[in-house]
Design a protein around this ligand. Structure first.
Ligand SMILES: [Fe+2]
Ligand SMILES: [Fe+2]
Length: 134
C-alpha cells in the first residue's frame, strides 16, 4: 500500500487532468518509498523537501494557465494552493526543529486536501477552460 492511495473521487472526469493528478500521487508514493524506509527516518527531511517541490511545480503550472487566461477565480484558487504548501512547510519546520514527523498525519492531510481541491477548484478551472474553447 502506498503512502497515498488514488481514490475514485479524486477524478474530475477530464482525462489529461486526471492523468496529471494520478502522476502526482504516484510520484509522491515513489518518493516516500525511496526516501522513507520502514522504521528509519534517514530520508524524511529530503522527502518533505521533494514533496513540497513537486506539489509546488504542479501548482505553478496551473497558476500560469490561470494567469494567462485571466481566470476569474485565480486568487481563490491560488490561495487554496498556498494553504496546502503552508501546511507542508509547517510539517517541515516541525521536523527540522523537533524531529517530529508523523506519516499518518501528513498522508491524511494530503488525502483530504487533494480530495477536496481536485473535486472543486481544479474541476471548476478545467470546466471554465473547456467552455472558453480550449
Ligand atoms: Fe491540480
Ligand atoms: Fe489547483
Amino acid at each position: 500500500m502506498g503512502f497515498l492511495e488514488w481514490r475514485d473521487d479524486f477524478r474530475i472526469g477530464i482525462p489529461e487532468v486526471d492523468h496529471e493528478h494520478r502522476q502526482l500521487i504516484g510520484l509522491i508514493n515513489s518518493l516516500h518509498g525511496r526516501l522513507v524506509g520502514p522504521g528509519q527516518g534517514a530520508g524524511i527531511g529530503e522527502f518533505l523537501g521533494e514533496l513540497h517541490a513537486q506539489i509546488s511545480a504542479h501548482f505553478a503550472l496551473e497558476e500560469t494557465v490561470m494567469r494567462s487566461r485571466r481566470y476569474a477565480e485565480f486568487a481563490d484558487h491560488k490561495q487554496d494552493h498556498e494553504r496546502l504548501l503552508d501546511e507542508i512547510r509547517e510539517i517541515m519546520d516541525g521536523y527540522e526543529l523537533h524531529g517530529r514527523y508523523d506519516a499518518r498525519t501528513l498522508s491524511d492531510a494530503l488525502d483530504t486536501w487533494f480530495g477536496e481541491h481536485f473535486r472543486t477548484r481544479d474541476a471548476r478551472l478545467h470546466a471554465a477552460l473547456a467552455t472558453a474553447g480550449d
